[in-house]
Design a protein around this ligand. Structure first.
Ligand SMILES: Cc1cc2nc3c(=O)[nH]c(=O)nc-3n(C[C@H](O)[C@H](O)[C@H](O)COP(=O)(O)OP(=O)(O)OC[C@H]3O[C@@H](n4cnc5c(N)ncnc54)[C@H](O)[C@@H]3O)c2cc1C
Length: 475
């Protein structure tokens, strides 16, 4: 009879007996997949194709009790455990070599309560699932800017996007959750019930258990918003970025203007002669009325001599998919990110210098415009400590040939190092790569010790370690 080789929590080799593997398979409604099964190759893939790991078994969970069975099984066998929401984390923590992967991707239901203005969201839901369901009622909560990202990982790490300046981070809008802890118990938590565990879920990552349902508050948004892109030639980068910095410092909360420096993609509104040339793109959303948005965003058209623009009334849920083609799954990716409380001329010059040497057509330097409601939440109110970050730069190294791995990664590291002297020194766990585990504590700043003591209470054996890990206090 065939045994299943696996890795323990300490990454030592183990063997599962066939009867144990069968018992797990029958206790999970969606069954399990092993390396020889059809569907295994697809199920083990994550967004970042540079991550290529082969779990020993994949538990295809459909219900909360499936999740409880899988957690208890991993704990009983001291099996390395990973949890997959949308599979988007750059570090690929959703999949562990030789581990048990709890695959939540089929638990995608979204239920909107229009009278309470809340949403109950399954742990496998993607941003598109949530946005579509909520926008059917003219409602939304702040999410990220790529619709194939998982709601689960985004929320557990903090989460920000176009609505964050107006309504805070994704985690700020979480009002309740159900979570399976390392002992297999189910906890329904909120600000009033097990408040420490609830607090830890609002930015502490997947360290505390498997969330099987999220409850969010919703806000009136759109369904049409004033949104779009304004494109400038890279030769004007210094001038337009300084104008953007000065403008965004005073922008109303309803307006978010992000920037990206990259080679121009073949967008229909860009002249063909511009495709593939270096450009500075401003992407913006005004979440109030369309008429006010047009007025508020007008200065973005006058930062310099623009190449083209495509601004106007746009369905919010549609704009949430605008960047999907540039960030599709299947590419090799490496990121480096810095938080900035303000952007000095010097920091802008560093970014522009780095963008002049993009190592490939898909590489880019992205800067999110934050502040507003996000900055008004005290840093200790949730684990996310970087409330002072008015701008977060994310260097997207993206390529397709493994022979370019080191070349692109080293460019991204250089961009990060070059800008670091003017950054806050903080970080954002949803953007940290696998080789940045040492930035975890700095990202949580004054909240790290509280997170460690909650980890000690709910996961003293560190079963949930495939993440930007917070070791239990005693460890
Ligand atoms: C293309 C792209 C665009 C992005 N844009 C933004 C953006 O605009 N704003 C932003 O804030 N972030 C953004 N991110 C980062 C994103 O927030 C993180 O990648 C996030 O972790 C994705 O969540 P996921 O569920 O898809 O990932 P996964 O890789 O499935 O999970 C991430 C982590 O959370 C854990 N986890 C997942 N589900 C659960 C659960 N139910 N219970 C417990 N632990 C769980 C996993 O084990 C893993 O450690 C983007 C990422 C990508 C790839």
């Amino acid at each position: 009879m065939k045994t299943f080789p696996y890795l323990t929590l300490d990454r030592q080799p183990g063997q599962l007996q066939p009867a144990d593997a069968d018992a797990l398979a029958t206790s999970i409604s969606g069954g399990t997949l092993g390396p020889a099964d059809m569907g295994y190759e697809e199920a083990r893939k994550v967004w970042n194709a540079a991550v290529d790991r082969r779990p020993a078994l994949i538990a295809r969970c459909l219900t909360t009790s499936d999740v409880q069975a899988a957690v208890r099984f991993a704990a009983a066998h001291r099996m390395l455990l990973s949890v997959r929401g949308g599979g988007h984390h750059i570090a690929g923590h959703a999949v562990a070599e030789g581990g048990l992967m709890i695959d939540l991707s089929a638990m995608r239901a979204v239920a909107i309560d229009t009278s309470a203005r809340t949403a109950r969201v399954g742990p496998g839901a993607l941003l598109a699932d949530f946005d579509r369901a909520a926008q059917a009622h003219g409602l939304a909560t702040p999410l990220g800017i790529n619709s194939t990202t998982g709601v689960a990982g985004l929320t557990l790490g903090g989460g920000f996007g176009w609505l964050t300046r107006r309504y805070g981070m994704t985690a700020d809008n979480l009002v309740g959750a159900t979570v399976v802890t390392a002992d297999g118990a189910l906890h329904a938590v909120s600000a009033d019930v097990e408040p420490d565990l609830f607090w830890a879920l609002r930015g502490g990552g997947g360290n505390f258990g498997v969330v099987t349902s999220f409850e969010f508050k919703l806000h009136a948004v759109g369904p049409e918003v004033y949104a779009g892109l304004v494109v400038y030639p890279f030769t004007q980068a210094r001038q337009v970025l300084r104008a953007w910095r000065d403008f965004t410092a005073k922008a109303p909360d309803e307006l978010a203007v992000w920037t990206v420096m990259r080679k121009a993609p073949p967008l229909p509104f860009l002249p063909a002669s511009v495709h593939g040339t270096d450009v500075v793109i401003f992407a913006l959303v005004y979440s109030g009325s369309v008429a006010e948005g047009e007025r508020a965003a007008a200065p973005v058209l006058a930062f310099g001599d623009r190449v083209a623009s495509a601004l106007g009334p746009t369905p919010y849920a549609g704009f949430q998919t605008a960047f999907d083609p540039l960030l599709a799954p299947g590419g090799r990716n490496y990121w480096k990110s810095n938080n900035f409380a303000a952007l000095s001329d010097w920091a802008i010059d560093q970014m522009v210098g780095s963008a002049a040497a993009l190592p490939g057509p898909e590489c880019e330097i992205f800067v999110a415009h934050l502040g507003g409601a996000m900055a008004r939440v005290p840093p200790q109110a949730t684990p996310f400590a970087g409330r002072d970050a008015r701008y977060i730069m994310n260097v997207h190294g993206r390529w397709s040939d493994a022979r370019d791995d080191e070349r692109v990664r080293s460019w991204a590291r250089q961009v990060f190092e070059a800008a670091a002297p003017h950054a806050t020194g903080g970080g954002y766990v949803n953007f940290l790569t696998e080789d940045e585990a040492e930035r975890t504590a700095a990202s949580y700043g004054p909240n790290f010790a509280r997170l460690q003591s909650i980890k000690q209470r709910y996961d003293p054996g560190n079963l949930f370690r495939m993440n930007l890990n917070i070791a239990p206090l005693a460890a």
